[in-house]
Design a protein around this ligand. Structure first.
Ligand code: HEM
Ligand code: MG
Length: 316
């Protein structure tokens, strides 16, 4: 376990496609995954290019490279790390599981923890590959942009695409699962593209995403040439505002498919699920100690004292 890294000092918009961070093509063994943000950071060396990282490296890199807010970045990185990381080595892969560093390093491809259904450019795991870029799905984004955004991913186009991705999974994936947290995560991620993939984006994310730039991030994992990160951090208040705006525009509820293609809205959602204790019902001493320390850091990362801290392994 390690503490949260300090915030970056300068949070202004600036060139991040800079000389110190050149894009480099993949070498054999390099790992990329379902997150175009983390993939891009790896391909430009903001995090290790092989794609095996610590949560602290992610937290610093998403601030540096995209101006994601430090508090929200910590929450997101630990949401992934608690479920998908190796608590003993403090490592996580940004894609598939790997044994490249000695012991097993699990990754964020793992379905049903953080990765989930109805992604923008990745297929549902039941239907295909859940981490590789899918050009057919990208064409759907183009289609929405052309229909309501005059060729740009506006907030309207992002919402339309998000709704279509959900409806597509309802229609094609008999085991479609879209409960919270995936419900909010998927909608938030549509917002991430608007908030952080737009050159020199404003604080309120008012500028639209050009399709060429979307292609560059989603498929090539590369900054568009001369790319500036957004103006000011994308922090919890910004995330909530944009996500809930999109939730309203999308007009779908959390739920799952039952009996083939029948979408059932979950009336109890958002339910609280204790995934960590399910994953590690009875961990041995050293592992238990590490998980407890990481859960404490996770609680600190949330930064919300009104939310009660949970201790699945006791208090001492
Ligand atoms: C998707 C993790 C930061 C943009 C994902 C997914 C994971 C993930 C596991 C796959 C979810 C799914 O679609 O099934 C993380 C973690 C981060 C992080 C742990 C650490 C802070 C970022 C940043 C950006 C970003 C900084 C943008 C600059 C996206 C987008 C998607 C996504 C747009 C949706 C991709 C798609 O649906 O095709 N992320 N992410 N993420 N992430 Fe990240
Ligand atoms: Mg997915």
């Amino acid at each position: 376990p390690q503490p949260l890294p300090p915030p970056i000092k300068d949070t202004s918009a600036k060139l991040v496609d800079d000389a110190a961070h050149p894009f480099k093509p993949l070498r054999p063994g390099d790992i990329r995954g379902p997150c175009p943000g983390l993939n891009t950071l790896a391909s430009h060396g903001y995090i290790p290019r092989h794609g095996v990282v610590t949560p602290a490296e992610i937290i610093t890199a998403v601030q540096e490279g995209f101006n994601m807010g430090r508090q929200f970045a910590s929450f997101l990185a630990y949401s992934a790390f608690i479920l998908d990381g190796n608590h003993l080595t403090n490592l996580m892969s940004i894609g598939r599981n790997t044994t490249g560093c000695g012991s097993l390093t699990p990754g964020i491809n793992t379905h049903g923890t953080f990765e989930g259904d109805a992604s923008i450019t990745r297929e549902d795991i039941y239907l295909g590959n859940n981490f590789l870029f899918n050009e057919g799905l990208f064409n759907e984004l183009i289609h929405s942009a052309n229909q309501v955004g005059e060729g740009y991913v506006t907030v309207e186009a992002a919402a339309l695409n998000r709704r279509r991705r959900i409806d597509d999974s309802v229609a094609r994936n008999p085991v479609f699962s879209f409960e919270t947290p995936r419900f909010l995560g998927a909608i938030a991620e549509s917002g991430f593209a608007l908030a952080m993939f737009v050159h020199n984006q404003t604080e309120d994310s008012t500028k639209s995403l050009a399709l060429n730039d979307a292609w560059s991030f989603f498929n090539l994992h590369m900054y568009p040439e001369g790319f500036y990160r957004r103006q000011g951090p994308f922090e919890f208040p910004h995330v909530k505002a944009l996500t809930y705006k999109l939730v309203d525009m999308v007009g779908r509820r959390p739920g799952h498919n039952e009996g083939e293609y029948n979408y059932v809205v979950n009336p109890e959602d958002p339910a609280t699920v204790n995934l960590t204790a399910q994953l590690y019902p009875d961990p041995p001493f050293i592992l238990r100690k590490a998980i407890k320390a990481n859960l404490a850091t996770y609680y600190e990362a949330l930064g919300d004292p009104t939310c009660e801290q949970y201790f699945p392994y006791g208090y001492e």
